[in-house]
Design a protein around this ligand. Structure first.
Ligand code: ADP
Length: 396
C-alpha cells in the first residue's frame, strides 16, 4: 500500500509518500511560504529533485501542487492518484480524547476541532491540511496520528499541575506532552535492536532537536515526559526557555512593557540556547562559536546538557531504575559532544560511554561500554514511517 504522510503547519507542508510493504520512501518534499508566495522542494527517490517558486495562496493549492508532482511523468513516482490508498496526517493535539490514532470522519474531525484551543498555532493548520486532502482525494481513507496520544498513559501524579483542581476540570489544564510519535517509535525500536523483552524494559528517550523533550517509558508505556500543557515546558531548547519560575513572566512583562502573550512569545521564540548565546539555535553554530572562545555559546551548551542530565536523573527516580537511555532527533543523533556531556553526569548510574562508538552519526548504535550498567544508544527517529505504519494498521 502507498501511504501519503502529511504534516501541515500554518505556512508549510511536509510530505512523504511511503510504500508500506518495503517501507521505502518513494518521494518526499516540502511546501513553504503557503499564503505568502510559495516554494516547493520535491525529492523523488532515484530521480532529480525539483525546487520551484510557485503560487500557493492556500493549503489546498499546495496539496494540489504536491499531488501533481507525485504524478508528473518526469519527476513523479506514481502513474495516478488512485495509487495513493491512504493518507496519514500528523495532528499535534488530541487532548484527553485521543489516546491512539484514529480514522478520520466527520465526528472525529469535530472532536479534533475541540482541541484547537489547546494548540491554537498547530491544530487549525493540521485540520486545514486534512480538509484540503479530503477535497482533492475524496474517498481515500485518512488517519490522524497525534503527538500527544502516546503520553495519555501518564498517571495523574505526572500529568496534574499543582494548580486549583477546577482549572483541570473546567479548562483541561494539565500536562499532555508532545513528540509522542517519536518517543513511541524509538522506545519500540530499542527492544527490537537489543533483542530484549520491551515489557520489562525501563527506557528514557531523549528527543533532542530544535524542540526537545524527554520521555520515561516503562514497559512500553509513557509514564512521564518533559513537555507539558504546551511544548514550552521542560528542557532548554533551540529557542524555547523550558522550565522557569512562572513569576518571571510578570516581572519581565513589567520591565519590558509586554503583556503575557508578549512574554510567552519571547519564551517560545527568543529564548533557549539562542537567547542565552545570542549566536544561534543551531548546535553546529554553537559548537563552532564555543570552540572560538564565545563564552555565552559555551554556557548555552552547558546549560542544555545540564538540564537534560537532570531530567534523565529524575526519570530514573520516577521509574525506580533505568535500563536504556536512547538519544534521537537532530542533536541526539548527530552531536557526540552533547551525548558525552550528558552521560558524564550519569556516572552514579553506572553509565560508561565508549568514546569510539559515540563518534557515530544518524545510525542505530549502542554507545555504552559492555560493562556499563545502563545501555546507552543512538536510535534515529522516523516519525513519518511511524505515521505510515499507524495509518496502514487502521485502514487495512
Ligand atoms: P526539529 O524537527 O525540531 O526541527 P531536528 O530534530 O531536525 O529538529 O533537529 C534540528 C537541530 O539538530 C538543529 O537545529 C541542530 O541544532 C541539530 N543538528 C543537526 N545536525 C547536527 C549536527 N551534525 N551536529 C550537531 N547538531 C546538529
Amino acid at each position: 500500500m502507498k501511504v501519503l504522510v502529511m504534516n501541515c503547519g500554518s505556512s508549510s507542508l511536509k510530505y512523504q509518500l511511503i510504500d508500506s510493504v518495503s517501507e521505502a520512501v518513494l518521494a518526499k518534499g516540502l511546501c513553504e511560504r503557503i499564503g505568502i508566495d510559495g516554494r516547493l522542494t520535491h525529492k523523488p527517490t532515484g530521480k532529480d529533485s525539483v525546487a520551484i517558486e510557485a503560487d500557493m495562496p492556500s493549503h489546498k493549492a499546495a496539496v494540489s501542487l504536491v499531488l501533481s508532482h507525485l504524478t508528473d511523468p518526469v519527476c513523479g513516482v506514481i502513474r495516478d492518484l488512485s495509487e495513493i490508498e491512504a493518507v496519514g496526517h500528523r495532528v499535534v493535539h488530541g487532548g484527553e480524547k485521543f489516546a491512539r490514532s484514529v480514522v478520520l470522519n466527520g465526528e472525529v474531525i469535530a472532536e479534533v476541532e475541540k482541541c484547537n484551543e489547546l494548540a491554537p498555532l498547530h491544530n487549525p493548520a493540521n485540520l486545514i491540511g486534512i480538509n484540503a486532502c479530503q477535497e482533492l482525494m475524496p474517498g481515500v481513507p485518512m488517519v490522524a496520528v497525534f503527538d500527544t496520544a502516546f503520553h495519555q498513559t501518564m498517571p495523574k501524579k505526572a500529568y496534574l499541575y499543582g494548580l486549583p483542581y477546577e482549572y483541570y476540570e473546567k479548562y483541561k489544564v494539565r500536562r499532555y506532552g508532545f513528540h509522542g510519535t517519536s518517543h513511541s517509535y524509538v522506545s519500540k525500536r530499542v527492544p527490537e535492536i537489543l533483542n530484549r523483552d520491551g515489557a520489562s524494559l525501563k527506557t528514557i528517550v531523549c528527543h533532542l532537536g530544535n524542540g526537545s523533550s524527554i520521555c520515561a517509558v516503562d514497559g512500553g508505556q509513557s509514564v512521564d515526559t518533559s513537555m507539558g500543557f504546551t511544548p514550552l515546558e521542560g528542557l532548554v531548547m533551540g529557542t524555547r526557555s523550558g522550565d522557569l519560575d512562572p513569576a518571571v513572566l510578570e516581572y519581565i512583562a513589567g520591565k519590558e512593557g509586554l503583556d503575557v502573550g508578549g512574554v510567552v512569545n519571547v519564551l517560545n521564540k527568543k529564548s533557549g540556547v539562542q537567547g542565552i548565546s545570542g549566536v544561534s539555535s543551531d548546535f553546529r553554530d554553537l559548537d563552532t562559536a564555543s570552540r572560538e572562545g564565545n563564552e555565552r555559546a559555551a554556557a548555552a551548551l552547558d546549560i542544555f546538557c545540564y538540564r537534560v542530565a537532570k531530567y534523565v536523573g529524575s526519570y530514573a527516580a520516577a521509574m525506580n531504575g533505568v535500563d536504556v537511555i536512547a538519544f534521537t532527533a537532530g542533536i541526539g543523533e548527530n552531536d557526540a559532544n552533547v551525548r558525552a556531556e550528558v552521560c558524564a553526569y550519569l556516572g552514579y548510574l553506572g553509565i560508561a560511554i565508549d568514546g569510539e562508538a559515540n563518534r557515530c552519526r544518524g545510525e542505530e548504535k549502542v554507545i555504552s561500554t559492555a560493562d556499563s550498567k545502563v545501555t546507552v544508544m543512538v536510535v534515529p527517529t522516523n516519525e513519518e514511517l511511524a505515521i505510515a505504519r499507524e495509518t496502514v494498521a487502521l485502514v487495512q
